[in-house]
Write a protein that binds this ligand. Structure first.
Ligand code: GDP
Ligand code: MG
Length: 299
């Protein structure tokens, strides 16, 4: 009998503010995530939690709140949230039990038209409402969008959350374990940034660069006042010849890697990114404690 393939993917939780998105994440991920729970005015996309189950890894993402844009910046943020629709495997759209669908929810539903990914509707806070009212709401929403499934849940009490996870797993594609099982939940974006940079190098250099490169993030700072994230990455290679390939003629290759990686990190985080990259030759980086630490492995 062959072993079942590993499944993994990205799940985005969308919905108006206050419906209970953060609460759901805390319940699913457990205590670990509370350190990264909502800060007020956190508008950018963040990966809030990695859920590891036997043979499965689910990466939950928060999106900037979706609302009808009132000005240019809002418009930009909403666009960012919407752009993640294409990058995730499953969308969870959360509404609040007992609330009739208002313009806010209808706006999100409009945005969901044409999305090909499975969309689950979560009707949250059922603990605070009589059951028949929830049933009415299910009826209403069933006609508004072809949801893959509709889950009445209580993020707070954990009702129906295991059933939700089972259905998510059903829809997840086969995929790699994106994060080490003990990845620090307070800095997953750091790790993702390094993976994106690594991916761009592979894409642009084809087979020339062996798998012996690594990307470490030396600095990852949020400059809140300037609405900017400053990232400094180091690409470790083993030989001078590899360094030459990655830098490219007149620095062209490194520039391209940086540009593509920056654009993707910006799309995920929903914030402007300043990305600085350099290349370092380190013959045996695999056994260098300092390098390993930078790569996120505990020394
Ligand atoms: P977010 O803005 O969508 O992230 O919402 P939060 O997770 O911050 O929750 C907003 C409020 O709703 C908080 O006061 C939560 O305690 C409350 N809340 C969230 N989920 C539930 C639930 O299942 N039942 C009840 N009764 N309250 C909830
Ligand atoms: Mg929240």
């Amino acid at each position: 009998m062959s072993e079942a393939a590993f499944k993994s993917g990205f799940v985005s939780i969308i919905g108006r503010p206050n419906v209970g998105k953060s609460t759901l994440l805390n319940t699913i991920i457990g205590e670990k995530i509370t350190i990264v729970s909502d800060k007020p005015q956190t508008t950018r996309t963040k990966i809030l939690g990695v859920k590891n189950l036997p043979g499965v890894q689910i990466v939950f993402m928060d999106t900037p709140g979706i609302h009808k844009p009132k000005h240019k910046l809002n418009e930009y943020m909403v666009k960012t949230a919407l752009s993640t629709f294409d990058e995730v495997d499953i969308l969870l759209f959360m509404i609040e039990a007992g609330e009739p669908s208002g313009p806010g929810d209808r706006y999100i539903l409009e945005m969901l038209t044409g999305v090909t990914k499975p969309v689950f509707l979560l009707i949250n806070k059922i603990d605070s409402l009589p059951k028949n009212m929830v049933l009415q709401q299910i009826e209403e929403y069933r006609h508004l969008y072809p949801f893959k499934e509709i889950f009445p849940v209580s993020a707070l009490c954990g009702d129906n959350i295991n059933r939700l996870l089972d259905s998510i797993i059903q829809e997840l594609p086969e995929g790699p374990q994106y994060f080490p099982e003990d990845i620090a939940t307070d800095q997953p974006m750091r790790f993702i940034a390094s993976e994106i940079i690594r991916e761009k190098i592979f894409q642009l250099t084809y087979q020339e660069i062996p798998y012996s490169i690594a990307v470490g993030i030396e600095d990852f700072k949020e400059a809140e006042d300037r609405n900017l994230v400053v990232i400094r990455g180091i690409i470790f290679v083993e030989r001078d010849s590899q360094k030459g390939i990655i830098i490219g003629k007149g620095g062209a290759m490194l520039k391209k890697v940086g540009q593509l990686a920056r654009e993707e990190i910006e799309a995920i985080m929903g914030i402007k990114v300043f990305l600085e990259l350099w290349v370092k030759v380190k013959e045996k980086w695999q056994s260098d404690d300092q390098v390993l630490k930078m790569l996120g492995y505990k020394a």
